[in-house]
Design a protein around this ligand. Structure first.
Ligand code: GMT
Length: 378
């Protein structure tokens, strides 16, 4: 039996894939007996249960009249250093190169211990910030000075080398789902409650409605699909594009067919009444929401960008289409939704591929091995 570890975790604790992965990882590590210390600006939203070995250290940022901006990064680094020293943390696992890896590097120096820094890249830090020349050096510094760096897809590893050119090995560690939560459940009552008729197909999209998610394409593709078959679209989430989307739904006269559900928990219940998921983003380093749907037996159509083709296998458990190719997306969707046998095969393949490649046990083992490897070296 290997030693139990003391691990600090920092992420953006708000709704978002990186926060979900960081929190779920912390919970699963705690279930394996490790002591977990979340060091974040607010309590991670998925930390919804009591664990005796999970601690939460809040980073408080005060506003001072003399400073133009509140010093979040410095406050985070100070809190990290304080917790590392007081709790004798062996690992600091941070999600995002900036600011979190840089804060961890500073904290390590402040604490004066040999805490090992593991940085996981999730995408936004590379595919958005990586294009800002004023930040490239800082991102490279965060990566190179981390003790171990992972990225959530092979595509993101490649993009990081292309954009940031770090002299550092980056390992792919895929995202995962908690299979105890994400599975098909009996939520048929929701169909009736939402006014979905028995013969209607249900298409779902879940995101934070940022422009990069191209929710307009989802609505336009749905408009084409619903010209041919009776269907409803569930739009789950909220964000900057919502106003534009509401306008588009009205313009296309889809008010009776599109359900705007806002942010929701217990997504497995919505996936369990869905026949197809659309993830038509312009940038997506992984696409955790596709994985969650697949685990519930929902085939997905995704775009041919970033890590999506590593999650959705074209022609096996879903389809991959080019960004913005509404006609192809609608055609593939109709092909799948009008062939019940094919749909059943894709649905079973989706569940099987999650079990094969993205089970929490497999991925948490990989992170645990990284931690032990670092500790034994250090
Ligand atoms: O996609 C977002 O807007 C949120 C963002 C985040 O940082 O939480 O998601 C990123 O990390 C997720 C978890 O690794 C990935 O599943 C998403 O693909 C990735 N988003 C992008 O690359 C745009």
């Amino acid at each position: 039996m290997e030693n139990k570890l003391k691990i600090g975790i920092t992420c953006y604790p708000s709704v978002g894939g990186s926060g979900v992965i960081a929190t779920e990882l912390g919970k699963l590590l705690a279930e394996r007996g490790h002591e977990i210390h979340f060091i974040t600006s607010s309590i991670p939203f998925r930390l919804n249960k009591m664990y005796h070995n999970i601690y939460y250290h809040q980073v408080e940022v005060n506003q001072y009249a003399v400073f133009q901006y509140p010093p979040y990064d410095i406050a985070l680094a100070s809190k990290m250093a304080e917790v590392v020293k007081r709790e004798n943390l062996q690992i600091l696992h941070v999600h995002y190169a900036i600011p979190h890896a840089i804060c961890a590097i500073l904290a390590k120096q402040m604490a004066g211990t040999n805490v090992e820094i593991v940085t996981t890249l999730h995408g936004t830090d590379i595919t958005v910030l990586g294009y800002d020349p004023s930040l490239t050096d800082a991102i490279r510094f965060g990566i190179e000075k981390s003790d171990y760096v992972t990225a959530v897809s092979k595509a993101l590893v490649q993009q990081t080398y292309d954009l940031i050119q770090p002299q550092k090995e980056i390992q792919t560690v895929y995202n995962f789902i908690d299979e105890r939560v994400y599975k098909k459940v009996d939520s048929k009552h929701l169909r009736e409650e939402y006014g979905i008729l028995p013969h209607e197909k249900v298409i779902i999209h879940v995101s934070n409605f940022r422009a990069v998610k191209r929710v307009q394409d989802v609505v336009r593709a749905f408009a084409k699909i619903s010209e041919s078959i009776p269907a409803k679209l569930l739009l789950v989430g909220d964000g900057p594009e919502m106003t534009v989307i509401c306008k588009l739904v009205n313009e296309l006269k889809l008010e009776d067919k599109v359900l705007l559900l806002g942010r929701q928990d217990n997504l497995e219940e919505l996936y369990s009444i869905s026949d197809l998921k659309l993830l038509l983003s312009q940038k997506e380093s992984f696409g955790l929401v596709a994985l969650e749907a697949m685990a519930c037996g929902v085939p997905c159509i995704g775009t041919n960008i970033g890590g999506i083709p590593e999650v959705i296998q074209d022609g096996k458990n879903g389809y991959i289409c080019e960004v913005g190719d509404i006609d192809a997306i609608a055609e593939k969707a109709l092909h799948l939704l009008t062939d019940p046998i094919l749909h059943e095969v894709f649905s079973a393949n989706a569940v099987a591929s999650v079990r094969e490649d993205f089970m929490s046990k497999k991925i948490v083992n990989q992170y645990e091995e990284i931690y032990y490897q670092l500790i034994s070296k250090g």
